[in-house]
Design a protein around this ligand. Structure first.
Ligand code: TYD
Ligand code: MG
Length: 466
């Protein structure tokens, strides 16, 4: 049997080298050589990507294909396999599409294995053929988890296998409707010399699994780990390959987790699901606002943001801390919002509202490990920082000054000239705040940041007009 050889290909210029080097001999870029399979013979075992393209098919052996006018293409309504987990189905756009490839990314311990196990447990219970491939845990470990989970978790057929070849052969033979690969970074393609999890390995593993999955219409939930920096380790290279990319976020120590779609060929990317990790697995949080606002404090630096999670309003607490700094430049630490957005808000606060924090450390946190990636969060950040900088609590949500009553709620985007700009779904946001008894809401109708601050700060502590 002809042994497939591997080549190292530069991801920048495409130069091919037989051996790995830190620097590409072709273009001189550092750390760009990625190992790939170059199938030697005609058997083409494992020859995805370049190997397949350059191989037998091509102009030599191919037969011409007749193009079809788009109008004549028979396209049926996309069929879905509901996982029975409402929040997951919503983020997917109504369930798993047969034959699709879904990448679920998240940091270790966040609950990816739990979520995928629960999903396939429901599918198994609904009579679908499933398969759980674990390259991380032994079958016994998976069983221990499944015992804690509701439903048909113990009915799931599992294999604990790290060899890609064995997994592909099993998929070909079993042909399940839905399969979980946990995780793409721990499977190992024997043809490549790189360690599991390296870019070459991850690409080969995903490419081969996709080939088999599309051939047999197997829907695949591909689990991938995320690095500390928040990027899918290696799998960045997979994002264009898969149909959906779901990100599972939150802090391991906290109970709340959010699931959002970064890419979705069959649905919207604006939906998000909220889960809570409990003893018996992940539980959907349908009344997320109540949880987050119930814990909101009425202290300086705290405000409630009426955010939108996809099409649903969500109330979250935004906290800020401003403290004198020894560092030049001072620290700007954020969690749950974009760092550049904070820089913008601080600049507008300084320039247009007379709140200067130039020589202080500023920390901003969205409580509960939630991420709010929308411009509507600007006003909340501005009010929290202004309140923290002055050391005064904002007005209560019932309009009264002082410590009692519900906290103040707000939303709105900040313009560079200090004006407030309207954001999507103002009625839904105000309605959600009202539902939880937050009567005083500062909205973009205030017009400018200065006026919003005046409405939010107790009378005697308002910033003086500059
Ligand atoms: P896990 O799904 O293994 O995370 P990942 O696959 O993303 O690495 O589980 C994460 C954590 O959840 C783990 O520390 C144990 C906890 N857990 C519960 O609290 N309750 C449960 O019912 C289960 C199954 C796990
Ligand atoms: Mg896991």
């Amino acid at each position: 049997m002809a042994r497939p050889t591997t080549v190292h290909v530069c991801s920048d210029c495409g130069h091919e080298a037989l051996r790995w080097a830190g620097r590409c001999p072709g273009c001189g870029a550092w750390n760009t050589l990625v190992e790939e399979v170059r199938s030697g013979g005609s058997n083409g075992a494992g020859g995805a990507g370049r190997g397949a393209r350059a191989g037998v098919g091509g102009s030599r052996g191919g037969t011409a294909v007749a193009p079809v006018r788009l109008g004549e293409v028979q396209a049926s309504e996309v069929e879905r396999l509901p996982t029975g987990i409402g929040e997951l189905d919503r983020v997917l756009g109504g369930g798993i599409v047969p034959g699709s490839l879904v990448l679920i990314g998240g940091s270790p311990g966040i609950g990816k294995s739990t979520l995928t196990t629960m999903a396939v447990a429901n599918l198994t219970g609904a009579g679908r053929k499933t398969l759980y491939v674990s390259a991380e845990e032994s079958a016994a470990q998976i069983k221990l988890r499944a015992e804690r989970l509701p439903g048909a978790a113990l009915e799931i057929p599992v294999i604990a296998e790290t060899d890609l070849g064995a997994v592909l052969a099993t998929l070909e033979r079993e042909r399940p409707d839905v399969c979980v690969i946990d995780s793409v970074q721990t499977l190992h393609a024997a043809e490549l010399t790189g360690a599991p999890g390296s870019v070459g390995q991850v690409r080969e593993v995903a490419g081969e699994i996709m080939r088999v999955a599309k051939q047999h219409r197997i829907a695949v939930l591909l689990v991938g780990h995320v690095t500390k920096e928040g990027a899918l380790a290696g799998p960045r290279v997979l994002e264009h390959l898969v149909d959906c990319v779901l990100q599972f976020e939150g802090e391991r120590e906290r109970t709340y987790r959010t699931l959002r779609a970064l890419k979705n060929r069959f649905g919207s990317t604006s939906e998000a699901g909220v889960f809570e990790m409990r003893q018996g697995g992940l539980v959907e949080v349908l009344d997320a606002s109540a949880r987050f606002v119930g814990e909101a404090t009425h202290a300086p630096g705290s405000v409630v943001l009426c955010a939108m999670e996809g099409s649903r309003p969500l109330l979250v607490e935004v906290q800020a801390l401003v403290s004198p700094s020894e560092l030049v430049p001072p620290r700007r630490v954020v969690s749950g919002i974009d760092r550049n957005r904070l820089a913008l808000v601080l600049a507008v606060l300084t320039r247009h509202a007379g709140v200067a924090v130039g020589s202080a450390d500023v920390f901003v946190n969205v409580v509960g490990g939630v991420r709010v990636d929308e411009p509507g969060a600007d006003l909340a950040v501005a009010l929290a920082v202004a309140s923290a900088a002055r050391g005064v609590a904002l007005r209560g949500g019932n309009g009264a000054d002082g410590e009692d009553g519900p906290p103040l709620a707000c939303f709105g985007e900040l313009g560079l000239t200090g004006e407030l700009r309207s954001v999507a779904h103002p009625e839904r946001r105000t309605a959600e705040a009202a539902k939880f008894g937050l009567g005083t809401i500062v909205t973009p109708e205030a017009g400018t940041l200065r006026r919003a601050l005046r409405a939010a700060m107790p009378a005697e502590r308002r910033p003086r007009a500059a």
